[in-house]
Design a protein. Structure first.
Length: 163
């Protein structure tokens, strides 16, 4: 009888988690306290500047570093504010990877709004946190709070015997 109760409890937890995951879920992201005010360093194979639009396009093996946060992508568009400073970064080309501490996320594209510290990753999002893996169509990472929200057919595998 105790095994039956345990099985019913596990099934209800899994079903409840499935409903929550289908609607979106919040998770922690990053073990490193990021600093959205830190300088942004960009390394790439090429750079095209457009003075009229106030944009810069980095291409080929793009690496963006800000403090201990890393973002890699095939292409990066940097949009500047008219009064100076960076407004946002748009990483595209598939295989966009965001790493903070031991957490890593991959997606088709990412948009990082510097002022509010939000990174919105879209398209085939894959979040890896140690042995745990979650997938979704969109993930919004708040670098200030170290949290993320996943939306759009969120999926994970729950292991009842984790170590």
């Amino acid at each position: 009888m105790a095994k039956f109760r345990f099985l019913v409890l596990c099934l209800s937890l899994i079903c409840g988690a499935g409903i929550a995951l289908a609607q979106g879920t919040n998770v922690g992201f990053g073990t490193v306290q990021p600093d959205p005010d830190a300088p942004v360093e960009v390394t790439a194979d090429t750079l095209d500047l457009d003075q009229e639009t106030g944009q810069a396009v980095f291409a080929g093996n793009v690496l963006v570093s800000q403090g201990l946060m890393r973002l890699t992508a095939p292409r990066l568009l940097v949009v500047y504010r008219s009064e100076g400073g960076i407004e946002r970064l748009e990483a595209t080309g598939g295989g966009v990877i965001l790493v903070s501490g031991e957490d890593a996320a991959e997606a088709d594209r990412a948009e990082y709004t510097i002022d509010n510290g939000l990174v919105v990753m879209t398209g085939n999002v894959l979040l890896t946190q140690g042995p745990n893996v979650l997938t979704a169509q969109q993930m919004t990472v708040n670098l200030v709070t170290g949290t993320a929200q996943m939306n759009g057919r969120v999926k994970t595998i729950l292991n009842p015997k984790s170590e």
